[in-house]
Design a protein. Structure first.
Length: 141
């Protein structure tokens, strides 16, 4: 029987590198290089957004893009989409986790359009991924 924990991972789309520096991480994704870090209270140097900042950013960006695509396709008068996202652990570590999203839509929209855009925001691919049946397998090389 094959040891699936040493099976090579698929070709990397994103590569993350961390040396001896305290949590300052370099990320290469497509043609983009950026960094992640932890805040000082968690032992980091706070030189970049935290991994949870990136998680919220990915979710927010996906929701905004999904809403924009839908509104454009319907030719609705949507000027701006703003999402404020917050991650929490209401019962502390190990308990259920929560992401709260406040969606603000600016433009000449009626209540039916606004309600539909809120519904569409919840159908973005990133939300489906993180709230669905997700398997993450880590392979040792």
């Amino acid at each position: 029987m094959e040891d699936t924990h040493t099976k090579p991972a698929p070709p990397a789309i994103t590569t993350v590198t961390l040396g001896r520096a305290t949590y300052a991480t370099t990320i290469q994704s497509s043609n983009h290089t950026f960094n992640a870090d932890e805040p000082g209270e968690l032992g980091g140097t706070d030189t970049a957004p935290s991994p949870y900042d990136y998680l919220l950013s990915a979710l927010g960006a996906c929701k905004a893009i999904t809403v924009r695509m839908y509104a454009d396709r319907k030719e609705w008068d949507l000027d701006e989409i703003r999402l404020d996202l917050a991650h929490s652990r209401p019962e502390g570590r190990g308990g259920p986790e929560r992401i709260d999203v406040s969606l603000t839509l600016t433009g000449n929209l009626d209540d039916t359009q606004r309600a539909r855009l809120k519904e569409i925001a919840s159908k973005c691919p990133v939300e489906k991924t993180i709230s669905g049946d997700l398997t993450i397998e880590t392979y040792l090389e």
